[in-house]
Design a protein around this ligand. Structure first.
Ligand code: ZN
Length: 404
């Protein structure tokens, strides 16, 4: 989404607009002028477009306010030429809540359409509805069809549309959230293929565009949900690296290089007097070697201020810290003491092992489920029993593939 401008704040939620949206406004205005409709028509159509996006904002507020009921905040609502996006802080994985939040957007459009229909009915103008057009005619009629179209389009059962979330929530009532997402994403991609095919046959560039949009949305959601479902609620302490070497600020880089070549470790916590003072990662190290050689000390090249995470923190939250800091790994610190390292590679390993054991388990009709609860703390680890490592408990996760 890059950058966008804040145009207002409603109910504590920033409403932002992407610059490309202005291009759309200008384009609509200019096409009318170019077609010889005159400036008045151009201004009218720009006004209509603004009304249309006002309705999109209301739709997004439907989602945002429904989410607020469940204590989920919305970071902001952004208007793009293709529609609006309400950025929720998180997506609930309880199917009932997701269902309500997903339906709340289209419900706004249904309510608006019903209201407009009522107004048209009172004015005995319902016969104008026989011409379902968005592009000319009576303003109220156009707005009626805008709402019908928005509700209908958004209920297409494919990600990233609301209908995709509704479908996933309905499927998830039956059990596994990840499985539900996979099925919903599959159905979404099937629909995208169908749209693409019809778009090619007609031919309709708009339909092809929608097909692409849906295809990408389904793939993204499938991937994101897999990661989220796999890591949801797992505390850092269970997925962190426990065997690693740290370095001291006064160590020359040649020492770090020797340690790196000795083993597989690529990032090194920098520890001084028992406290973590930084993290020297592989990229930094290579850059420093290129610029300064291997005689300078770690202290001279390490980036100051490295964020740390607590072993009880959920991995999801830690991954956000990781991404925001633009790092490959983070020191895990408890009571000021370095107890582990969270690395992207290790998270991948954690998931691979768990998936493999899940498969084994499903093929062997049960058996003792593997769970990182039973991970042994090796000598030299943090010394705490695995049971006390990160019992966050707010988010349920079934590490043995049970039902959610
Ligand atoms: Zn929506």
């Amino acid at each position: 989404m890059g950058w966008s401008w804040r145009i207002g704040r409603i109910a504590g939620i920033d409403v932002r607009v992407h610059p490309t949206f202005l291009i759309l406004l200008a384009w609509v205005g200019l096409t009318h002028v170019a077609a010889g409709d005159g400036w008045a028509a151009a201004v009218r159509e720009i006004g209509f477009l603004l009304l249309l996006f006002g309705i999109v904002v209301l739709h997004e507020f439907g989602h945002a306010l429904a989410a607020q009921r469940y204590g989920i905040r919305t970071r902001d609502i952004t208007l793009l030429p293709i529609g609006g996006i309400a950025r929720l802080e998180r997506i609930p994985e309880e199917p009932r809540k997701e269902l309500v939040i997903a339906l709340a957007g289209p419900a706004v459009n249904v309510a608006l359409a019903a209201g407009l229909f009522g107004v048209l009915l009172l004015g005995s103008r319902t016969d104008a509805l026989a011409n379902p057009t968005l592009f000319d005619g009576d303003l109220l009629v156009r707005l009626f069809w805008v709402n019908v179209w928005l509700a209908g389009f958004n209920m297409i059962p494919a990600f990233p549309m609301d209908g995709g979330r509704v479908l996933r929530a309905l499927l998830a009532f039956g059990g596994d959230y990840l499985q539900a997402t996979r099925v919903a994403a599959g159905i979404g991609q099937g629909i995208a293929l169908l749209f693409g095919l019809v778009g090619l046959l007609l031919p309709s560039p708009l339909l092809i565009f929608v097909a692409l949009f849906v295809w990408i949305g389904a793939a993204q959601e499938g991937g994101a949900a897999a990661v989220r479902a796999a890591l949801g609620g797992v505390p850092v302490g269970r997925a962190m690296v426990r065997q690693f070497r740290s370095v001291a600020p006064e160590d020359p880089l040649s020492v770090v290089v020797a340690v790196m070549l000795d083993g597989f470790q690529q990032d090194f916590p920098v520890v001084e007097g028992g406290r973590v003072v930084g993290m020297l990662d592989r990229t930094e190290l290579v850059t420093a070697l290129r610029e300064h050689g291997d005689h300078v000390t770690v202290a001279a090249v390490v980036r100051p201020k490295c964020p740390t995470v607590h072993p009880n923190e959920p991995v999801e939250a830690a991954m956000r810290v990781l991404a925001e800091a633009g790092r490959q790994s983070l020191p895990v610190v408890r009571d000021g003491k370095l107890v582990g390292m969270l690395t992207a590679d290790n998270l991948g390993e954690f998931l691979t092992v768990r998936d493999a054991l899940r498969e084994w388990k499903s093929g062997h009709g049960g058996g003792r489920p593997w769970s990182p609860w039973s991970r042994e703390v090796r000598p030299g680890g943090d010394g705490s029993s695995p049971d006390t490592v990160g019992r966050t408990g707010q988010v349920r996760v079934e590490l043995d593939g049970g039902t959610r």
